[in-house]
Ligand binder design. Structure first.
Ligand code: ZN
Length: 137
């Protein structure tokens, strides 16, 4: 924990990679939110399974960088409905390509099985500054 405290003290924002559908996924998200106090979670759509953590992440304004193509490599599905649920719940979700060399770039218009609305596309776009890696300059 000392390394996270030091990083925070030195002005870094904290991000934790919480991959999907892994053993202990929900506990890892809980640790990231409560024990470490991250600012952003990469992936992390499994949070939809825990109502308390959803509310906590929303209250803290935690950004989620979701990567549908990467998800499809790990679980054979993009986790579109989970991403949509998190958006509908008001969490700061963005759509990303993960590692560009291995994951095809994504457009927000392709994240959902149901057609995205102008509002959902606008929300994803406006969430982006909330998931930045650096403090405002
Ligand atoms: Zn990743």
């Amino acid at each position: 924990m000392a390394v996270f405290e030091r990083a925070r003290r030195e002005g870094f924002l904290l991000t934790m990679h919480c991959d999907i559908d892994q053993e202990g996924s929900i506990e890892h998200i809980r640790q990231a939110l409560e024990d470490i106090g991250v600012d952003r979670i990469d992936h992390g759509t499994d949070i939809v399974e825990d109502e308390r953590l959803v509310e906590l992440a929303k209250a803290k304004g935690i950004g989620f960088t979701c990567c549908p193509v990467s998800n499809s490599f790990v679980t054979e599905q993009m986790k579109s409905s989970e991403i949509r649920t998190l958006l509908d719940r008001g969490l700061a979700v963005t759509v990303n390509s993960d590692d560009p060399p291995t994951s095809a770039p994504m457009r927000p218009t392709t994240i959902c099985h149901s057609p995205p609305t102008r509002t959902s596309i606008s929300t994803v776009s406006s969430n982006s500054p909330r998931t930045r890696s650096a403090p405002p300059g």
